[in-house]
Design a protein around this ligand. Structure first.
Ligand code: NDP
Length: 451
């Protein structure tokens, strides 16, 4: 690897593919970040001399371990868990844990890589990491989830800590799972190190607005994108995908700002409610009962329908917010959205749009497109607020935290626009986010020597 010319982006990409075979999502994420860096590397030969690119695509540490647990019938299961500690140039590794059947190291590496630059954009002094397990919490009892979480933490505790690595939630990991993991961590280390994990309950070290932060922050980012065009959310029609943490709080904030959300989705299909969602009913079904969207039409008066197997992207809207999972919106979906007059596409999920879909949006001057590492950074920003409050033993109010979240999203939006313009990519949020995130991390790596 050390023989690759550092300014040759293609050669570096090829090397990443060779060294990480079969990890297609990781290759895709590296490609997206590196693509706009040509002018930056030309302007900063010191990055190439210090081999920043070659170092930044290699995780500092990857941990993989066995997680055995016993189900309610006494059967033993063996899961695999991992934590990728990707880059600590800006601070402790920070990023969520995902519980999803079939989760692979390649997926965790793509998420960890994205996290480095997202965290840099927040300006909060946090490095990038990510982890998870192939455990599927769906249909498992609370007791089973607790035993699994305790078993996972029995190994993971030795790799994390408030100044080392601070996990949080992601798909399949919400307040319940964070509670069980934190309880076990505290029991093993014998200390109330609240800052070792974020997403805790507000009554025991959690931050106000953390639950809402990714979805709210996404909508605040969209608000900034629209404001740039002298527009706002009032009267806009919004379509989201997913019906989890990010989606439901994006719907909530979009509603608050005067928009109407008419579609969302889960593994049972796409729910279309042309009158706008009954959000309390949605939250009850998805967050309280852990049920399926298929239950919504029968419990709601009106014209709501659920279409199994469909995505929401064929439904006409002004604003599309993919908030479910990676590569869920392809070229055909993008073309359908554009044909229906979509104005803004902002990613709540990590890398939900395929490269081809992004190309469709970016080719259309009437569409503004924002990548996840900028638009969904509100969640990790409020996680950093949680760490700060834990360290200082103070609590911020909901209103204070929400205002700080707004300020961070406003600042990320401005950084993306200004950085893009400065490097000849006017109005390109992808280039702006990647260049700004990269240079922040690269400068820190440069200052810290060859480590
Ligand atoms: P959740 O597990 O809470 O929700 C995910 C939702 O998406 C669920 O409703 C799930 O359906 C649905 N879903 C998943 N895959 C598909 C699919 N292929 N088709 C249709 N629906 C699908 O996860 P989060 O909301 O926490 O995370 C969603 C995305 O946002 C992920 O990409 C995550 O990495 C990203 N993200 C999350 C952050 C956070 O703070 N939570 C922060 C930044 C990014 P079902 O309910 O049936 O399982």
């Amino acid at each position: 690897m050390s023989t690759v010319p550092a300014t040759d982006l293609d050669a570096i990409l090829e090397s990443v593919e060779d060294r990480n075979p079969g990890e297609l999502e990781f290759h895709q994420a590296v490609h997206e970040v590196l693509a706009p860096l040509g002018p930056v590397l030309e302007a900063h030969p010191e990055y190439s001399r210090a081999r920043i690119l070659e170092r930044i695509v290699e995780p500092e540490r990857q941990i993989m371990f066995r997680v055995p647990w016993v189900d309610d019938h006494g059967e033993i299961h063996v899961q695999r868990a991992m934590r990728v500690q990707f880059n600590s140039a800006l601070g402790p590794y920070k990023g969520g844990l995902r519980f999803h059947a079939g989760l692979s190291l390649g997926t965790v590496k793509f998420l960890g890589f994205e996290q480095i630059f997202k965290n840099a954009l927040t300006g909060q002094g946090i490095g990038g990491g990510k982890g998870g397990s192939d455990f599927d919490p769906k249909g498992r009892s609370d007791a089973e989830v607790m035993r699994f979480c305790q078993s996972l933490m029995t190994e993971m505790y030795r790799h994390i800590g408030p100044d080392i690595d601070v996990p949080a939630g992601d798909q399949g990991v919400g307040g319940r799972e964070i509670g069980y993991m934190y309880g076990q961590y505290k029991r093993i280390v014998g200390a109330s190190e609240a800052g070792a994990i974020t997403g805790k309950g507000v009554g025991w070290g959690g931050a106000q607005v953390r639950t809402e932060a990714t979805g709210y922050g996404l909508v605040y980012f969209v608000q900034e994108m629209l404001a740039h065009e002298d527009d706002d959310l009032h009267g806009k029609t919004v379509v989201v995908s997913g019906a989890g943490n990010v989606s439901l709080f994006a719907i909530e904030q979009a509603n608050k700002l005067g928009a109407t959300c008419v579609a969302c989705s889960d593994s049972s299909g796409t729910l279309h409610d042309p009158d706008g969602f009954d959000l309390e009913l949605l939250k009850t079904i998805k967050l309280v009962e852990r049920g399926s969207l298929a239950e919504y039409p029968g419990r709601r008066r009106g014209a709501a329908t659920l279409t199994p197997g469909a995505t929401p992207w064929g439904i006409a809207c002004d604003i599309a917010l993919p908030c479910a999972t990676q590569n869920e919106l392809d070229e055909e979906d993008a073309q359908a959205l554009v044909a229906n007059g979509v104005q803004v596409v902002a990613e709540g999920a990590n890398m939900p749009c395929t490269d081809e879909a992004v190309a469709v949006f970016q080719a259309d001057p009437n569409v503004a497109y924002a990548p996840g590492k900028a638009a969904n950074a509100g969640g990790v920003a409020v996680s950093a607020f949680e760490m700060a409050q834990n360290a200082a033993r103070i609590r911020w109010s909901f209103a204070d935290s929400d205002e700080r979240l707004r300020a961070v999203m406003r600042q990320i939006h401005e950084t993306c626009r200004k950085t893009a313009a400065r490097h000849g990519f006017e109005g390109d949020y992808v280039a702006g986010a990647n260049i700004a995130g990269f240079t922040t991390v690269a400068d820190a790596m440069l200052a810290q020597g060859v480590v």
